[in-house]
Design a protein around this ligand. Structure first.
Ligand code: ATP
Ligand code: LTN
Length: 327
């Protein structure tokens, strides 16, 4: 069985982009893969976090993992900082990566742009991500399109170390959804839907009330030619709505367009409101039951133990290859 690893940051507001780009794949992959799903709290602190909020968000993401259908009997769910190998391997990989390649990462450029002093963690963040992946001999990494460059870097570092020290790491592959890989902001379809955007109507969070879902979709930016066409370059707003519709319903955009009898964008939006509310209702219901249960922390503790059991032999292999410690 191939091994899958992915991670989500516990930074609040898990939205439709996170779900359709990454989380939905997590559930599907469980059927025929050995899956490890991490809550990457060490990534979250690359920017300042309120400690109380961070702890809360860790459990929020854990509850969401379970609510969307990740089964802790089949898959490992755990918190990154509970397995020390992530930080340890992160350092070893830092010593095998270059500031040049890290400063070329588009996410780093976007997050550091305009700042006088930039945190080192923002620069080395993709190296920690590479460590997350390589620590488990991962074959497949399901993520959204925005992570493509980081996956490439993880592959480059793995190949570099293998060439220098002999076969040490499995070289992983990214896995991207057809319809959901890049969900755009509802208010500005040129930007990706993001947790941190100021306008709450730019995104739909998985736990949004029905009334909020309706408001955000009904006021989504479209265009004024009135045509129903999938054309992300010239009609990014309408195309984004069609994309979300397709990813949530499982129908292709062609099927949706062939079946529709909308009179205007308002009709498309109304239909999408219903589809979204229906898709999120069971997740919300599951979430509310799970979030307060005592079981949640036990699942994470058990997950960390199982993750550590896989990580330790890989760390031993790394120490042996590099000549670290006493052997
Ligand atoms: P955000 O940009 O929303 O703040 P993030 O990418 O910084 O989120 P994560 O929570 O770690 O942080 O992302 C979890 C997963 O969601 C990743 O695989 C990422 O690629 C994916 N993802 C994030 N935004 C989108 C989007 N707009 N469309 C598709 N996938 C996305
Ligand atoms: N960098 C990712 C989150 C992340 C991740 C990972 C994804 C951290 N470590 C390992 C896949 C595999 C993000 O910001 N979305």
């Amino acid at each position: 069985m191939k091994r899958v690893f992915s991670g989500v940051q516990p930074t609040g507001n898990i939205h439709l982009g996170n779900y359709l780009g990454a989380l939905k794949q997590f559930v599907e992959l469980q059927q025929d893969h050995e899956c490890i799903y991490c809550i990457v709290d060490e990534h979250a602190i690359t920017v300042p976090q309120d400690p109380k909020e961070l702890r809360k968000h860790i459990l929020d993401v854990a509850a969401l993992y379970l609510a969307i259908g990740i089964d802790p009997k089949k898959s490992i769910i755990f918190v990154q900082s509970q397995v020390s190998g992530h930080a340890e391997l992160g350092w070893v990989l830092c010593c095998n990566s270059y500031t040049g390649e890290l400063s070329r990462m588009t996410q780093f450029k976007a997050k550091s742009g305009g700042q006088e002093s930039v945190g080192t963690g923002l620069l080395t963040y993709p190296v920690l991500m590479a460590a997350d992946i390589l620590l488990y001999d991962t074959d497949v990494v399901p993520v959204g399109n925005d992570q493509k460059q980081h996956i490439e870097l993880a592959r480059d570092i793995a190949i570099r170390v293998n060439n220098k020290y002999g076969k040490t790491f499995v070289v992983p592959d990214g896995r991207f959804m057809k319809a959901g890989a890049r969900i755009m902001a509802l208010d500005d379809p040129e930007q990706k839907m993001s947790k941190s955007a100021e306008n709450v109507h730019s995104r739909i969070s998985l736990l949004d009330e029905d009334s909020k879902i309706k408001k955000s979709i009904m006021r989504a930016t479209t265009d004024c030619d009135g045509e129903f066409r999938f054309d992300p370059v010239n009609k990014p707003g309408v195309s984004n709505l069609l994309n979300i519709y397709s990813a949530l319903s499982g129908k292709t955009v062609e099927e949706i367009l062939a079946e529709q009898n909308w009179r205007g964008y308002g009709d498309l939006k109304k239909e999408l409101v219903a589809v979204t509310q229906e898709a999120l209702a069971p997740i919300k219901q599951n979430y509310n039951e799970i979030r307060e249960s005592d079981e949640l922390k036990n699942i994470l503790r058990d997950g960390a133990e199982r993750a550590n059991a896989i990580a330790q032999p890989v760390m031993k292999r790394v120490r042996d290859k590099f000549g670290l410690g006493l052997g």
